[in-house]
Ligand binder design. Structure first.
Ligand SMILES: Nc1ncnc2c1ncn2[C@@H]1O[C@H](COP(=O)(O)OP(=O)(O)OP(=O)(O)O)[C@@H](O)[C@H]1O
Ligand SMILES: [Zn+2]
Length: 754
């Protein structure tokens, strides 16, 4: 009897054996999709290879082999097995996440684009002055306009009408005035297909050439860590390496970027260099478009896959090089099963393919830095900016002093001007001079909304989410209190729900408030805000960035989104409104994240011949993350931060797994977490696992999200193999009551402990 081992997309750590009836072509290549009977229905599984017929068991036969060419090439199967092992994720779920959705469904519906009536802004009104002139007394039009803007400039008409609570006539009136257009659109078209590529600079510099040559001399599977400062021209290095590798017929390449919409400039350069050989895999693709892109890669019609995390699973054969740009970005870690880190999985896939790996960043992760220290990656560096540009000087402003001076100088009878505690005179003067010279400014505040929380001045009560242990953020447009974890919303109360006082205060600064202050101060400035709230439209990011590129924006204000890879020569000022937002988070990476964010955003200034300046406002000027960012001193930061990770040991010196137990009932969750931790402790004793440390259990820093209480404990070990065994053992066997609603999750190499 002929049998095969099949992996099915179920949350079980096992595979299944099926028989193969006569008449089915034999052998069936591993990686092929097969249709099999499973739990009274037909399901798509992946053939892993031939299996021994088990004794005394009657096997069910497969129904069909779906693929003529295996959907998953050998190297991807290998990568899937590694992910499944390392991250303790069931193999079937891992394999499923590698394929486009339509290929994982037994009866594939043909996905088609739907048309929909949409409203789109056609005339931007970025300055306050323009708005006031345009709308004058047309309040409703202004509200609709701002609502639309907050959604990235385009929204389905009906949804917008309901939200704005207005008649469709308002849209018609606005369309007549040329402010918006109303039309039927296929919602999911692929704007990347329409974008023109951008030609890369013609010739690498000597420094770039050296790096390119060093990479091309690498043995198959060699990992390079390219530490190139901001603006050093890493993109051109990637492009030249690809060009060389792709000269060999049959070779292909993968380029990973943190998020396509935020890195459209980089993507445009790859398209400029390689044109149609590039398949851009982005989250805006419809199922059908994604499938098309996937198939063109599988057939070898396109040889370069560019995309975020999951582009690592591009079904290419003969991969010769894998690039991981901005390798320090935490978005490379997937936050649900399989919880893989694309950088680590990239290295595994590249080894299986005999491909080169280039991890690039101006602020490499400590994990990668230490990998090079251990000799498992070759460090290369680009210590200077390309084209003769210089790193901008960074000026630090101690906001404690600024506030004190403002309070002292204040007229005691005048109301306190919030501007004074948000903007230092230094930063205001810097922005003003940019406006005079028609240069652009970037302002970073890593907190969206208007005010971080609302507190009653009388009783001190803070408005919190009823479903999460998180205070609600006040949003002004549209006005609401919003939970940033579960999106719960309710109206801003007029009095304190607890003591009925009407002294509700909005505290903690958010981007909406900064936008308002900047607009009031510089009414003629064209301002764009970029944060989650202005970019809910799939292409909003790209649209905003394109406007900046065309010089239609004077001040771009935003959260960490604006810190990523942007390359605008006319940006001569970067202002950090508050450097401290992430410093005090209860996470061992808080300093590293802050250093990266500050260095990256500072690196957006002075990339052109006009040079640039950076102003960093902080109340913690002595924090080492801030100090080292001021001097662009990555090495100094690394030395100090690595020292701090030794005792108590944290990555990169030890492997960790975060075991999270969650449930609806607080007590049952705590009990289950305690029991699970006790179970692991017993296991450690029984097996004499000395190189394993358990820390906890304790409530998670955010101990309730979406109505679920959360507890966790950490496992630490310096031995990766031991960690693999234990993580799997815990994920599979830990005695959380199976039929209850309690859930246990093992997050190995977590990027966040919140
Ligand atoms: N050899 C070169 N000659 C002239 N200009 C160059 C050269 N190489 C790169 N550049 C230009 O330098 C600028 C910065 O390059 P790039 O965006 O690749 O930097 P980067 O290293 O990715 O920086 P970051 O980490 O800040 O994103 C770009 O405008 C690019 O066109
Ligand atoms: Zn919530």
């Amino acid at each position: 009897m002929r049998c095969i081992e099949v992996s099915l997309p179920v949350p079980l750590f096992r595979t299944f054996t099926y028989s193969v009836p006569e008449g089915v072509a034999w052998p069936i290549a591993p990686g092929s999709r097969v249709l099999v009977p499973f739990r009274n229905r037909a399901d798509i599984g992946i053939c892993l290879g031939e299996a021994e017929p088990p004794e005394g068991v009657i096997l069910k036969p497969i129904k069909a082999v779906v693929d003529s060419v295996p959907s998953l090439p050998e190297a991807l199967l290998h990568t899937a097995r590694w992910i499944s092992d390392w991250y303790a994720a069931p193999l079937g779920l891992t394999l499923r996440s590698m394929l486009p959705t339509p290929l994982t469904q037994a009866n594939t519906p043909a996905p088609a684009g739907k048309t929909q009536r949409v409203v789109r802004i056609v005339t931007e009104l970025p300055s306050l002055l323009q708005r006031e002139q345009t709308f004058a007394r047309a309040k409703q039009q202004r509200a609709v306009f701002e609502l639309l803007e907050a959604q990235g400039g385009v929204a389905p008409l009906e949804a917008l009408r309901v939200q704005a609570n207005c008649s469709a006539g308002v849209f018609t009136a606005m369309a007549k005035r040329g402010l918006v257009e109303v039309r039927d659109e296929v919602m999911q078209r692929d704007p990347f297909a329409e974008r023109a590529g951008v030609a890369p600079p013609p010739n690498p510099s000597a420094a770039q050439r050296d790096v390119i040559d060093a990479i091309l001399r690498g043995e198959p599977g060699q990992v390079f860590l390219l530490h190139g400062i901001t603006g050093s021209g890493k993109t051109l290095v990637y492009i030249e390496v690809l060009r060389e590798v792709l000269r060999t017929p049959g070779r292909s390449a993968i380029v990973l970027v943190p998020e396509i919409a935020l890195t459209s400039q980089t993507v445009d350069r790859f398209r400029g260099a390689f044109g149609d050989a590039v398949a851009v895999l982005h989250s805006g693709l419809s199922d059908g478009e994604r499938l098309d892109a996937w198939q063109s890669l599988r057939r070898g019609e396109r040889r370069i896959a560019v995309g975020a995390r999951s582009a690592l699973f591009a079904p290419l054969e003969g991969v010769g090089v894998v690039i991981v740009d901005e390798e320090h970005e935490s978005s490379y870690k997937q936050s649900e099963t399989p919880r893989y880190h694309a950088r680590e999985a990239a290295i595994v896939r590249a080894r299986a393919e005999g491909a080169l790996v280039v991890l690039g960043s101006a602020t490499p992760s400590l994990e990668s830095w230490e990998r090079a220290d251990r000799g498992q990656a070759i460090r290369l560096s680009l210590p200077d900016r390309a084209g003769g540009a210089q790193l901008p000087p960074v000026q630090v402003v101690d906001m404690r002093v600024v506030t004190k001076e403002a309070v002292a100088a204040r007229n005691p009878h005048a109301p306190f001007d919030p501007m004074l505690s948000v903007f230092s005179p230094t930063l205001l003067a810097a922005i003003e001079s940019r406006l005079h010279r028609a240069e652009q400014s970037l302002l970073l505040l890593n907190r969206r909304g208007f005010a971080a929380y609302v507190q009653c001045h009388a009783c001190g009560d803070v408005q919190v989410c009823p479903h999460c242990s998180i205070s609600l953020t006040y949003h002004r447009v549209p006005e609401a209190l919003v939970c940033h974890y579960c999106q719960y919303q309710h109206d801003m109360p007029s009095v304190c729900p607890k003591c009925a006082s009407d002294k509700l205060q909005r505290r903690g600064l958010g981007t909406q408030q900064v936008e308002k202050l900047v607009a009031e101060r510089f009414p003629e400035a064209r301002i764009a805000r970029m944060d989650v709230d202005t970019t809910s439209g799939k292409w909003a990011h790209t649209q905003i960035l394109d406007r900046v590129g065309r010089g239609e924006v004077d001040i771009l204000l935003g959260t960490q989104m604006i810190a990523k890879g942007l390359d605008f020569p006319n940006v001569t000022l970067v202002g950090v409104i508050d450097a401290d937002t992430g410093l005090n988070l209860p996470d061992f990476r808080a300093s590293e994240r802050t250093f990266q964010l500050l260095s990256q955003v500072a690196g957006r200034a002075g990339r052109g011949p006009k040079g640039g300046d950076v102003v960093v406002q902080t109340r913690m000027p002595h924090a080492h993350a801030v100090q080292h960012a001021l001097t662009h001193d990555f090495l100094g930061f690394v030395r100090e931060e690595l020292g701090a990770r030794r005792h108590p040991a944290y990555p990169p010196f030890v492997h960790i797994a975060n075991v999270i137990v969650s449930g609806v009932h607080q007590r049952a969750t705590a009990a289950a977490a305690t029991e699970a931790a006790e179970w692991v402790t017993q296991l450690m004793k029984r097996q004499g696992l000395r190189d394993l440390v358990l820390v906890g259990p304790a409530p998670c820093p955010i101990d309730r999200i979406k109505d679920r209480w959360r507890w966790h404990f950490l496992l630490k070990s310096s031995q990766p193999k031991l960690m693999t065994r234990v993580a799997r053992y815990v994920a599979e066997r830990c005695p959380v009551p199976k039929d209850s609603e309690l859930r246990l999750v093992v997050d190995r190499d977590p990027v966040s402990l919140l």
